[in-house]
Ligand binder design. Structure first.
Ligand code: TXA
Ligand code: MG
Length: 318
């Protein structure tokens, strides 16, 4: 169900959930100060309660409403990348709901760059807790249609068109002695290090929060996915599976009769990645064969999502 900004604000103020566009993926938003509203997010997504949520804010000045400290390193990252696809994990103020933090002492914050999201945040003045607007472990949505396909036609959606970044934000935790990359995204580690002025910390003894939601089976289509490091190996495999479909990066040798080609540049591939997987998943194939993208840092975020999509829990008898 498509709704406009005014109705979105009314529903959010009443404690309901609303799917909203961001530049990365669509989020399932609710008032982060209202525990019942936050409980609605977990229920709608069927997400375990030990997986904390990102709080979206309209302006950097609002960090002080949520975080008990805003270290200079985090301020530099915010100044460089907000509004944008970067989430900062900072020490939480005591009054930030344990439902949002999932019991962690930290809170994840982000100022999104999508004009519709920013207008909603600044007009309502709310802090919006919003995970990706999909059922737990399923593919993230990058269009209003994806949201409705995954969560049902009754879910209220503020339609902001196609997401331009296409994969979830980079998550960086900032602690006293430095920073750590918790989830790769299109702002890559080198860009973070350049602004932070220090490389990511490797000192295991430092006080570093974890990203509890980073389990392997994530971003998964319903069709089994297999990741291949060579196109020849894919083609060999495809011979045994006439109902296989393939996802490839760049042009070149065909693998199946139904190949989908993504661009050979990381930003364009990321933008189109989930839409391509949604379509391949709807093709009723036996298996989705996926070409592993180049083994370079620029492809880290895309490779991370594909490795999680393709993860198969090891069977007992294997
Ligand atoms: O681009 C994005 O980040 C999108 C859009 C909607 O903003 N949101 C998103 O949310 O991807 P979600 O819930 O699918 O992923 C949030 C990740 C989870 O892995 C969660 O564990 C981690 O952020 N996270 C949230 N709060 C945290 C915290 N306090 N400490 C460590 N990790 C945290
Ligand atoms: Mg998600």
């Amino acid at each position: 169900m498509r709704i406009n900004q005014a109705e979105a604000i009314e529903r959010l103020q009443r404690g309901e959930v609303v799917a909203i566009p961001t530049e990365t993926v669509y989020g399932l938003a609710a008032d982060a100060r209202n525990d019942l509203a936050v409980a609605n997010i977990y229920a709608t997504k069927q997400r375990p309660a030990n997986n904390p949520l990102i709080v979206h804010i309209g302006r950097t000045e609002q960090v002080a409403d949520w975080a008990s400290s805003f270290p200079p390193l985090a301020q530099r990252l915010a100044a460089a990348f907000w509004p944008g696809p970067l989430t900062l994990v900072l020490p939480a103020r005591a009054e930030v709901s344990a439902a949002v933090r999932a019991g962690e002492p930290t809170v994840a914050l982000r100022v999104p760059a999508h004009p519709v999201a920013l207008a909603l945040l600044n007009e309502s003045g709310l802090g919006l807790a919003a995970p990706s607007a999909n059922k737990y472990t399923q593919l993230s949505p990058t269009t209003a249609e994806h949201v409705e396909a995954g969560l049902g036609a009754d879910i209220p959606v503020l339609d902001g068109g196609d997401c331009q970044v296409g994969i979830e934000s980079t998550i960086v935790s900032v602690h006293e002695d430095g920073w750590r990359l918790l989830r790769p995204g299109m702002i890559d580690e080198a860009a973070i290090a350049a602004v932070a002025g220090t490389p990511a910390s490797v000192d295991a003894s430092a006080q570093i929060p974890k990203a509890p939601g980073q389990h392997l089976l994530h971003y998964s289509p319903r069709t089994p996915c297999l990741l291949f490091s060579s196109r020849q190996a894919m083609a060999d495999y495809a011979q045994q599976y006439p109902h296989a479909v393939a996802l490839l990066f760049g042009a070149g040798v065909a693998v199946t009769a139904k190949d989908t080609h993504l661009p050979a540049t990381p930003a364009q591939a990321a933008e189109q990645l989930y839409a391509a997987l949604h379509i391949l998943d709807a093709a009723h194939a036996d298996v989705i064969l996926i070409e592993s993208p180049p083994n370079t840092a620029a492809w880290d975020a895309v490779r991370d999502r594909l490795q999680r999509a393709a993860y198969q829990p090891k069977r007992q008898n294997d």
